[in-house]
Design a protein. Structure first.
Length: 542
């Protein structure tokens, strides 16, 4: 039976009890909130401050930013809604909850802007979510981030607790299926207590059998010594563990109180439509898209950090460390060792195992499946092709700048160099095909899209681009044959059906075109372009 702690030990802030007060709180910025209080050029000095709360000792406020508003504690940015932050904060919840067979309860330590809480609440199986934060003003500012947190504080399953995470664990007797920890950056004063081996032991004691824990690991914000110590402290407690890419070099450690069962990903993703919808904007639509994010297995992590010190409550290693430009942190990537290390975690039982192995064997395809997979990790794998992934990234960025500056021909040249150096770079080939089509270079575009099709037969963009190029070259019969072959293999792709309808309509095959449009609309109801094309083919539109 669930037991509430005494009021003097912890203030449990239930939205149902305090909604009126919270909704009516005036989050107004005083006229004296001066930009000169902050570093020149910083977000807080140059962007509008939209909301502010104070508890008498510290000030919590929200800074407006076109890329995603930012939550500040005093002069420090602590959390925000930037797409990169949104991605890793949501994956910290979704990945472990989809690995668990049936998670019912979760504990989130550090609320921030509420993105991780929102991701947890997206799972229908969750019956209880406790959120603990030492700064109760983050609960007061939560409505400012409702567009990204979905108003999660109003969810009846959620209990908001104003307390220190470590103290909460020391006093609680409850067990959870997930404990996720997203503290401030690890080098901040006092944060070492949420990276220590004692903390992980406390957390594991509150995990139900098979329960999982995740921990944010921002590698670029940690000296190598600190990164290794944080990894060792985690795997010292969680022998069954792995490391996955949250967003670029924002990695996430995941450990299990029992055996990791990666094979659960496939059934659980299909059973949780809310989670699937929450992940889709980040191009994570299949279990494979999650599995491909794993960069290190538990045995590898243990070997990597075997000689590292432990982060301990008795000795704050983080406060003694400094960044050494000559010795940057590195998360290594070794596909054969990764697969071997995950054998005991159910990796062999995944239906997508063969496809995952194919991605691991071809870094360019892996980079396409996980666009934010860090180049430093890919480079450490030392694949036989000798591709310089840092140079490839720089040239892709160069192409982006050229497009923005209205120089598409320079973008094409940069991407052509990328695919010469890294032939498996599927993302660069797709973009090259698009730019060549826009430039009217249809023969070159056809070759680019045929290369995409050869590299990734299951990717609908290859036949789609190639068929469009063929049609522009006046080779409509070939384009139709290509599309019909692709549709036999990929019948669930609405874009293929739509282009099929367009080509049939151009051949005056009206009934067949209408049927093709209907199949596209069955897969993508309400699509405006398809509806308008169907109306034209039926003679009812302009």
């Amino acid at each position: 039976m669930r037991r509430e702690r005494e009021p003097e030990r912890r203030a449990a802030l239930k939205w149902s009890a305090g909604a009126a007060a919270l909704a009516g709180a005036a989050l107004l910025t005083p006229s004296g909130f001066a930009p000169q209080w902050f570093a020149p050029g910083s977000e807080a000095a140059t962007r509008p401050v939209r909301a502010m709360r104070s508890d008498g000792a510290h000030t919590t406020f929200v800074v407006g930013d076109p890329e995603g508003d930012v939550l500040y504690f005093d002069s420090h940015p602590m959390s925000g809604c930037h797409p990169i932050a949104q991605q890793y904060m949501r994956l910290m919840a979704h990945f472990p909850l989809l690995v668990h067979e049936r998670p019912r309860s979760a504990l989130l330590i550090c609320f921030g802007v509420g993105s991780t809480a929102s991701a947890i609440a997206a799972h229908r199986s969750i019956e209880r979510l406790d959120v603990v934060d030492l700064n109760d003003q983050v609960f007061a500012t939560a409505p400012e981030f409702a567009a990204t947190n979905g108003g999660v504080t109003a969810d009846a399953r959620v209990r908001l607790v104003h307390d220190d995470g470590r103290r909460f664990l020391a006093a609680s007797t409850e067990l959870y299926d997930l404990i996720t920890s997203e503290p401030p950056p690890p080098m901040f004063a006092g944060v070492a207590r949420l990276y220590s081996v004692e903390y992980y032991r406390d957390a594991r004691a509150h995990l139900a059998p098979g329960g999982l824990m995740t921990q944010w690991l921002p590698a670029d914000q940690m000296p190598r010594r600190v990164l290794d110590a944080a990894v060792r402290s985690f795997v010292e407690v969680f022998e069954q563990s792995l490391l996955f890419v949250g967003a670029d070099t924002n990695f996430v450690l995941m450990g299990c109180n029992g055996e990791l069962r990666l094979a659960n990903l496939e059934a659980r993703l299909a059973a949780e439509p809310g989670a699937a919808a929450d992940l889709a904007p980040y191009r994570i639509r299949r279990p494979l898209d999650l599995a491909a994010r794993i960069v290190r297995s538990g045995p590898e992590l243990a070997r990597d950090a075997a000689s590292a010190e432990l982060v301990s409550d008795q000795r704050n290693l983080l406060s003694l460390a400094f960044h050494d430009p000559a010795d940057p942190p590195l998360v290594r990537f070794d596909p054969p060792a990764l697969l071997a290390g995950l054998e005991g975690a159910g990796a062999r039982e995944l239906a997508c195992r063969a496809e995952w192995e194919r991605l691991l064997a071809r870094p360019g395809l892996l980079k396409s499946a996980v666009p934010d997979f860090p180049e430093s990790a890919l480079q450490s794998a030392g694949d036989a092709s000798g591709v310089d992934w840092h140079a490839a990234k720089a040239r892709v960025a160069e192409a982006g700048r050229a497009v923005a500056a209205g120089r598409p021909e320079d973008a094409v040249a940069a991407l052509e160099q990328v695919v010469r150096d890294a032939p498996d770079h599927l993302g660069a080939r797709r973009w090259l095909g698009e730019l060549l089509l826009r430039a009217g270079r249809h023969e070159a575009a056809l070759a680019a899209w045929q290369a995409v099709q050869e590299l990734e037969p299951a990717d609908s963009s290859g036949p789609l681009g190639a068929a469009f190029a063929l049609a522009q070259l006046g080779r409509r019969a070939q384009a139709l044959a290509l599309l019909e072959d692709a549709l036999r293999r990929l019948p669930g792709e609405a874009a293929l059906h739509k282009l099929h309808g367009d080509l049939l309509a151009a051949d005056a095959r009206r009934a067949e075109a209408l049927a093709a449009y209907d199949r596209a609309l069955a897969l993508q109801p309400g699509d405006r372009a398809t509806l308008e094309a169907r109306q034209r083919a039926a003679g009812t539109g302009r």
